[in-house]
Design a protein around this ligand. Structure first.
Ligand code: ATP
Length: 413
């Protein structure tokens, strides 16, 4: 297995589309890295550049320390699994799995059926080596099929398989080659939700068993979070952040990452923060106060050092950072929607009280300031109905601050 290194990789298509801009990342040996981002952000192009299916217009690609920037795909020692399986329709599962290896074996020994027949007579040792290696391919195929639970399907053709079985065959075809790295381009997106979840678990197990370097492209943040040792979030051709799943969730580099990662949308509230004595007051539809005993107070002091008057910020907090308040005087919200999810209840609400106006130049003021929404999670059997008025509180420990213009996370260490 191998490390995969991208150094300042760029891709501009002939029509002028800049698909990838200055992408640098090191994927460690045996790491599972997920490239995630919205449609068109350049993740497939990046993967295809690693595979050699697309040439870059700048930068270097190294696999296992070797510069492969100008090396043909077949000589890069990688295997790629696509969304559409790409199986040979006229071949059995066995042949689909063994095809690449058999082709290589035949190239190595050459001569076709007639040649091999003649060799049996004139080069018996070479002929027996051929037979030995062919048997080894058979064993490898059967071992792989067993590992993927498709050993009973080896005689079937792809059209006789379900979507999940076809994707297992596609996976198997990559595994038998024992490549330096596996590249996956949305391999599960054609499958239904339940099967996707099942195959995700299997992929994780495979990754552990094979001790393989894997790079996986998806637009699905749940897939990214559950599969990746690390997750690289891309937008508009650039990598915005690389980190462990929890790190990118709890400490997003910027607003884009904060909004993209997470099952339910992050709550955002624009406002201004100013120093009042030894405290910081956040003036907005959701007022908050940080005193010297508050979490990360030192960071706020450093951030606002030298700022006279107030500073515009967008405060962000997750649904799970909002809870019901035990006393009055916290934030009062009116329930606008209740989603009963089974394991929990998502409550959509709007902050009560007269709307306030933000400054015109604040990008995030818009609808939010006029009607500040708050999404939060309660127990599954929580008594809560449309129109209810509730007192809620926000865990200041988890609140994030973003710059309204650049979107940068202002409190990130
Ligand atoms: P998706 O999830 O929809 O597959 P993606 O993040 O994988 O999206 P890419 O397929 O890498 O995105 O495309 C990145 C950008 O490059 C897009 O704007 C796309 O339209 C553009 N693009 C892709 N292939 C070509 C091409 N051959 N010629 C011109 N532009 C292209």
């Amino acid at each position: 297995m191998a490390t995969v290194l991208l150094e300042s990789v760029n891709k501009r298509f002939p029509d002028g589309t800049q698909a990838v801009t200055d992408v640098s990342i090191e994927i460690e040996d045996q790491e599972f890295l997920v490239l995630v981002g919205p449609s068109g952000c350049g993740k497939s192009t990046t993967l295809r550049i690693i595979a050699g299916l697309e040439g870059s217009t700048g930068g270097v690609v190294r696999i296992g320390g070797r510069d492969v920037t100008h090396v043909a795909p077949k000589d890069r020692d990688i295997a790629m699994v696509f969304q559409n399986y790409a199986l040979y329709p006229h071949m059995s599962v066995y042949k689909n799995l063994s095809f690449g290896l058999t082709l290589r074996l035949n190239r190595l020994f050459g001569g076709g059926v007639l040649g091999r027949g003649l060799r049996k007579i004139f080069q018996p040792r070479r002929a027996s080596e051929f037979v030995r290696q062919r048997a080894e391919i058979g064993n490898k195929v059967r071992r792989t099929a067993l590992r993927l639970g498709i050993e009973h399907l080896l005689d079937r053709k792809p059209h006789q398989l379900s979507g999940g079985e076809r994707q297992r065959v596609a996976l198997g075809r990559a595994i038998v080659r024992n490549p330096a790295a596996f590249l996956f381009d949305e391999p599960l997106s054609n499958l239904d939700a339940k099967l996707r979840q099942q195959l995700r678990v299997e992929l994780k197990r495979l990754h552990r068993d094979l001790k393989a370097t894997m790079i996986y492209v998806t637009h699905d943040q749940v897939e990214a979070m559950t599969l990746g040792d690390r997750v690289a979030i891309m937008n508009e051709g650039r990598i915005l952040q690389v980190g462990g799943p929890l790190e990118v969730y709890q400490r997003p580099a910027n607003l884009f990452v904060a909004k993209f990662i997470g099952n339910s949308p992050i709550n955002l509230c624009p406002g201004t923060v100013c120093r009042v004595g030894d405290r910081f007051e956040f003036e907005s539809r959701i007022p908050m106060t940080w005193g010297p005993d508050s979490p990360r107070f030192d960071r706020l002091v450093a951030l606002l050092d030298g700022v006279s008057g107030s500073r515009s910020v967008v405060v962000g907090f997750r649904a799970e950072d909002v809870g019901l308040a035990e006393s009055e005087g916290e934030i009062e919200v009116e329930v606008t929607e209740v989603d009963r999810l089974g394991e929990s209840t998502m409550v959509h609400s709007r902050v009560c009280g007269p709307p306030t106006r933000g400054t015109k130049e604040d990008k995030f003021v818009q609808k939010n300031t006029i009607e500040q929404m708050v999404l939060f999670r309660l127990k599954s059997d929580a008594e809560c109905a449309l129109g209810d008025r509730l007192q809620v509180k926000i865990d200041l420990d988890c609140v994030l601050w973003f710059d309204p213009d650049s979107g940068e996370n202002l409190l990130k260490e």
